[in-house]
Write a protein of this length. Structure first.
Length: 172
């Protein structure tokens, strides 16, 4: 068998959509005739040979008899949409939904004017984590703010994307 680690189809001409197909392997075990239980491994197992080697090691080191191990194939597939970054003309200064924020936006957030360097959607809690450029020498973790996607903030200005230090990003 040929392991598939990550295959991406070319995005369609209509734009932005691609298929990700990833295959990994897991291990399950059972004692006697009990139910199969998932066995956690410290790293992702990418091919059958590696899974077989781990099972052989477990069986060789096992002090209890009657434990049966086997590998299972786990296939992860997803359709990914390319993020659409709004053009500067898409958003005017003034009230704007938090989901439209991007790097380089100067906003009034929690009562102060701040420069956004990263906006991340968090699946857990369905929220946005807006990271702003910290004052020189300050920890960037203290300048992250959690917003809900529909929350409105005041956009002062839209500029080019910036890094954590507030310097414009350039293609190298």
């Amino acid at each position: 068998m040929i392991p598939v680690t990550c295959v991406e189809d070319a995005p369609p001409a209509s734009g932005g959509e691609r298929l990700i197909d990833d295959t990994t392997y897991g291990l399950v075990y059972r004692q006697g005739e009990g139910e199969w239980q998932h066995l956690r491994t410290p790293a992702v197992i990418r091919d059958e040979d590696e899974a077989a080697d781990i099972i052989a090691d477990l069986e060789a080191l096992s002090i209890s008899t009657g434990v049966e191990y086997r590998m299972i194939k786990i296939r992860h597939t997803a359709t990914v949409l390319s993020p659409t970054i709004p053009a500067p003309s898409d958003v005017e200064p003034g009230p704007v939904a938090a989901r439209k924020l991007r790097s380089g936006d100067r906003v009034i957030l929690r009562g102060a004017e701040r420069l956004v360097w990263k906006a991340v959607y968090q699946r857990v809690g369905h929220s946005l984590r807006i990271h702003t450029v910290p004052p020189a020498g300050q920890n960037p973790d203290y300048y992250g703010f959690t917003l809900i996607p529909g929350e409105v903030v005041e956009l002062v200005e839209r500029g080019p994307a910036v890094d954590v230090n507030g310097q414009p990003l350039t293609d190298s």
